[in-house]
Design a protein around this ligand. Structure first.
Ligand SMILES: [Zn+2]
Length: 82
């Protein structure tokens, strides 16, 4: 029996999304739409050279990322279930 938490492909340090709020007007990292200060944003965690960067995304772009992740997971699941 393996012990401990089951690792996840999108656990802390392996990507994943956090919710956050903009402090001032800033653009979405993907669609460049300007997000007013104080708006809800998704922070996509991106591992880069040992550091975890957080890319600010508007909620629509975050949904696109989640959908793409779902497709990628489905592809992985298909590989495992042959
Ligand atoms: Zn966006």
């Amino acid at each position: 029996m393996p012990r401990g938490r089951v690792p996840s492909l999108i656990s802390a340090g392996n990507g994943g999304i956090e919710m956050g709020e903009t402090k001032m007007r800033s653009p979405c990292a993907r669609c460049k739409k300007v997000l007013p200060g104080g708006s809800h944003v998704a922070l996509l965690k991106v591992r880069n050279a040992g550091f975890t960067n957080k890319r600010r995304l508007c909620l629509q772009c975050a949904l696109d990322v989640v959908e793409q992740t779902q497709r990628d997971l489905d592809a992985i699941r298909a590989l495992l279930s042959t």
